[in-house]
Design a protein around this ligand. Structure first.
Ligand code: C2E
Ligand code: CA
Ligand code: CA
Length: 567
């Protein structure tokens, strides 16, 4: 009906043009024509143009997406209509001649026209397919980028904000590995379905590949409201899924970026949302909005990264050592902590550059450097008769990099240091990405005789399951609990339970960040095995550590409170 109506209007427009040239149909000559020749080309072309402009124009107007078109789809539709128009114009004279001489043959023209039109339809459908993800039917990354561009343009025009949410499933890879890709695909389909249904009005979802999805909110009020929407979506996606009667929970993490607050272009929005998403994954917080001060990709951070790489090459990064002591005063070990004095910026806190190294791929280099330096120092100390184990912090990245266990073993051998003299401090984050791989690496390391220590216990997402799964022999209670131990009864209770739990699993418990006597005494009463903190000593450069070890080695370290007055 629509096409018919539009065609009638188009034909009417063509007839009006012909009428203007004095060609009016009569009863005797319903085609109103005759006398076609080269001279009548202009009027024919004009009539055809009027027909096409009115007919195609109306169709285009009626079918185009309201408000804003999709550039790619719109472009391919225009090309298609243009080509059909050219074809029509080309055969128009023939149509006229046939209409004049043998009108019954007119329907034959339909055959080539229909063929042309359907060929162009298929081309258009293929072009649209290229903007879709074949598995879920959701639009893909390219579509999303174009869509973000138009959304940003619109938002800018009306002075509104737009938000982009990036959603990534946690541990999807291990589901894929254990259940197979077919099962993984079916889960993704379910996830995509849920996402589609949970979308707020006006929002659009896309699949960027793998287990990564994006949601565009063309209009968003604020970071808070966008974050709230993201949290809603993450909660929806994280509810249990059914796979042939098997119930699975796939948690998701989301990052939020806002226009114009965080980025001014489509690529920037994607990058910023990605940074925020990575942060949400790291912190296990579910949803994070972009924060420039935590972004390792800002020009400032990139410059710092370059400087760090150079500093590592030039051996300008140092290790300081902080003792862990038992309550009887025996030195249980030393923790190696990196120190970097930047030529212009001065001391850069390790937390800061380690976060950058972790997101940039520099981490393995830094860890190699730390391991190398620490083992060389251990070997030197052993030559001097100081047999003290050293702990090195390793990041989840290291544990996931292939061949890590082997390279540690090789390094120990090269320095002639027994594996028992090395301890690696890991956090529960190693289990986040690929628990199976992490477990393999850790098993290989303990197989070589390297001891593992679980750092920062109590922060993040501590769970008994992790304690059982990680082959650790030591547990370090995070500074945040230790700091308020003496004043906060709840923290004291947490520490007590942790100590009991660790002991029942046969682990040694070390308390971090002990700064005063009272805390030291409480920890001793709670049955903690060792302490580390400024009360005993801050991290010291190697020579100072040597002197410290020599001085305390014989008589051990004792709390000032336990020392006779005057000492
Ligand atoms: P961490 O492993 O929890 O290290 C303990 C941090 O607590 C150190 O900070 C240490 O200087 C600080 N600390 C020690 N005693 C006290 C105290 O009594 N009170 C307070 N308030 N703080 C105390 P630092 O050296 O700034 O290191 C920060 C973090 O950077 C470390 O936390 C660790 O996660 C990371 N890190 C340091 N060195 C390395 C390294 O070589 N490799 C890796 N991957 N990470 C490292
Ligand atoms: Ca540590
Ligand atoms: Ca720690």
């Amino acid at each position: 009906l629509l096409h018919g109506a539009v065609d009638i209007l188009g034909i009417g427009a063509g007839a009006l043009v012909l009428g203007a040239f004095g060609r009016v149909p009569t009863v005797e000559r319903p085609w109103g024509m005759g006398g076609w020749g080269l001279g009548t080309v202009p009027e024919t072309v004009l009539a055809a143009a009027a027909y096409l402009v009115v007919g195609r124009g109306l169709l285009w107007y009626l079918r185009a997406p309201r408000g804003r078109g999709l550039p790619t789809v719109a472009r391919s539709a225009l090309v298609r209509q243009g080509l059909v128009a050219v074809a029509l114009l080309g055969i128009a004279p023939l149509v006229c001649v046939v209409a004049d001489a043998q009108p019954v043959l007119l329907p034959l023209f339909a055959v080539p026209l229909i063929a042309l039109d359907s060929a162009l339809w298929m081309a258009r459908a293929r072009a649209e397919e290229q903007l879709r993800d074949p598995l879920t039917g959701l639009p893909n990354r390219q579509w999303l980028l174009e869509r973000i561009w138009t959304a940003l343009d619109d938002a800018e025009r009306i002075g509104a904000r737009s938000a982009l949410l990036l959603i990534d499933l946690d541990r999807f890879r291990s589901v894929n590995d254990t259940l197979g890709h077919l099962a993984g695909d079916r889960l993704l389909l379910q996830i995509a379905d849920r996402l589609r249904h949970a979308l707020p009005r006006g929002a659009e979802a896309a699949r960027l590949g793998g287990d990564e999805f994006a949601v565009l909110l063309p209009v968003a009020d604020s970071t808070t409201s966008a974050t709230r929407i993201a949290r809603g979506l993450v909660t929806t996606l994280s509810s249990p899924l059914d796979l042939d009667g098997l119930t699975l929970v796939l948690e998701a993490s989301a990052g939020v970026a806002l226009f114009p607050d965080h980025a001014l272009d489509a690529e920037g929005m994607l990058r910023r949302a990605d940074v925020a998403m990575y942060q949400a994954k790291r912190d296990r917080s579910g949803v994070e909005a972009y924060e420039s001060k935590r972004d390792s990709n800002t020009p400032d951070r990139l410059a710092l990264l370059g400087d760090l790489r150079r500093a590592l090459d030039a051996h300008e990064v140092q290790l300081h050592y902080q003792p862990k002591v038992r309550f009887d005063g025996q030195v249980a070990g030393l923790e190696a902590l990196v120190r970097w004095v930047h030529p212009e910026r001065g001391k850069v806190p390790p937390d800061e550059f380690i976060a950058i190294a972790e997101t940039s791929g520099l981490m393995p280099l830094l860890t190699e450097y730390v391991l190398e330096t620490a083992l060389a120092q251990v070997a030197r100390w052993r030559e001097q008769g100081l047999r003290v184990p050293v702990a090195v912090n390793v990041s989840p990245r290291d544990v996931h990099s292939p061949g890590f266990a082997g390279s540690v073993a090789a390094r120990l051998a090269r320095h002639g240091v027994p594996a028992g003299a090395l301890q690696l401090e890991i956090t529960e984050h190693v289990l986040l990405e690929d628990p199976t791989r992490a477990a393999d690496t850790l098993a290989a390391l303990t197989g070589h005789g390297v001891k593992m220590s679980l750092d920062d216990f109590g922060t993040g997402y501590s769970s008994l399951v992790h304690l059982r799964r990680l082959p650790v022999s030591e547990l370090k209670i995070d500074r945040s609990f230790v700091a308020r131990l003496a004043v906060d009864t709840e923290d004291a209770e947490i520490v007590r339970c942790t100590v009991d739990l660790a002991h029942s699993l046969g682990l040694v418990v070390v308390a971090e960040g002990v700064e005063d006597d009272e805390t030291w005494e409480r920890l001793r009463d709670l049955g903690c095995d060792a302490v580390q903190g400024w009360l005993v000593a801050a991290a010291m450069p190697p020579e100072e550590t040597t002197a410290w070890l020599r001085a305390r080695g014989s008589r051990g370290w004792r709390s000032p409170a336990a020392l006779p007055a005057g000492e």
